[in-house]
Design a protein around this ligand. Structure first.
Ligand SMILES: Nc1ncnc2c1ncn2[C@@H]1O[C@H](COP(=O)(O)OP(=O)(O)OP(=O)(O)O)[C@@H](O)[C@H]1O
Length: 289
């Protein structure tokens, strides 16, 4: 979406678009998991993709991350059409994905995890060895830059809290030059305080100029940091709005199913007409909620 905002009467050019999906669809055999999905990600902005279970969020991530290919539509990176054949191809275009399970090795040290798969080496030929000193120094500098307080980088990553581990994965993606950062429900398994810490680093990634796709089913978390909101509902985009166009209340309501939820709430609150639990379950099964 192109929108020109004004600040103090001065027109602001919209940030550069890095990633654009146009009418993207995905079929798994007979299952049409995504249909006509269009969205854009801009530098220095957070695009939140919200949706309930089965809405198609994972499918969307997998297409952008190169794990699956789309069946319809186009994906463009910096204006150039792409079709990723592997996660490596997506990574080479500057797209980094931080999955919920993080791909960190719990028993390995923090610095080792920071460089996992991209270890620095020193020396030549048979004398080549890991450049531990440099890796520790860089990991320390990068985490400090992000304001992540880890007193001892030799500690195993598994000893850190879930929130700290998310932050380390985000800092690592930024250090290795990500232009687009996909975060797969980074706050889903966290409590309120830890979620706040992670959201702070999501905002830092945005402030570092990355385009962020923040996948979540929590409208409150999305609204704390998002510039743009896209709701997926059974594979379709049911809402696509800039922050200036929507309130948290409306986002929450749309996310909760809007009219469907209102009808159910009305049914449940009507005196003497409380539906049998079995009927409620059947209704929720029908609506997929
Ligand atoms: N490999 C697959 N083969 C067949 N159907 C699939 C496959 N992966 C996903 N689906 C179907 O596609 C639809 C979207 O699933 P997807 O996992 O993308 O949703 P989601 O929003 O990520 O849900 P959740 O939050 O539960 O992970 C669902 O109906 C799902 O059953």
């Amino acid at each position: 979406m192109t929108e020109t905002t004004t600040a103090g009467g001065v027109p602001q050019t919209p940030n550069t678009e890095i990633l654009r999906l146009t009418d993207v669809g995905k079929r798994y055999g007979n299952v049409h998991a995504l249909r006509g999905v269009s969205l854009s990600v801009r530098q220095g902005e957070i695009t939140c993709v919200l949706g309930d279970n089965g809405a198609g969020k994972s499918t969307l991530i997998k297409i952008i991350a190169g794990l699956h290919q789309h069946s319809e539509g186009t994906v463009q990176v910096n204006g150039e059409e792409v079709r990723f054949g592997s996660p490596r191809e997506s990574l080479e275009r500057g797209i980094a994905t931080v999955y919920q399970d993080l791909a960190l090795v719990p028993l390995m040290s923090i610095w080792r995890n920071f460089f996992l798969g991209a270890e620095l080496r020193t020396g030549v030929g048979p004398l080549k060895r890991l450049d531990v000193k440099r890796m520790v120094a860089i990991a320390d500098e990068e985490l400090t830059k992000m304001g992540i307080a880890v007193p001892d980088l030799e500690r195993p990553v598994g000893a850190l809290s879930g929130g700290q581990r998310q932050c380390i994965a985000i800092a690592r993606a930024i250090y290795f030059g990500a232009k687009v950062l996909i975060l797969d429900e980074p706050t889903a398994a966290l409590g309120v305080k830890q979620s706040g810490v992670v959201l702070k680093y999501v905002a830092k990634a945005r402030d570092a100029g990355l385009g962020v796709i923040f996948i979540t089913h929590n409208p409150h978390h999305a609204y704390l940091v998002g510039n743009h909101f896209v709701i997926l509902n059974r594979g379709n985009v049911s809402l696509d709005m800039a922050r200036s166009q929507i309130t948290l209340d409306r986002l929450t309501n749309e996310m909760a199913g809007g009219a469907e939820l209102e009808a159910l709430s009305h049914e449940l609150s009507a005196p003497g007409q409380t539906p049998e639990p079995a009927a409620v379950l059947a209704a929720s099964r029908e609506t997929g909620r």
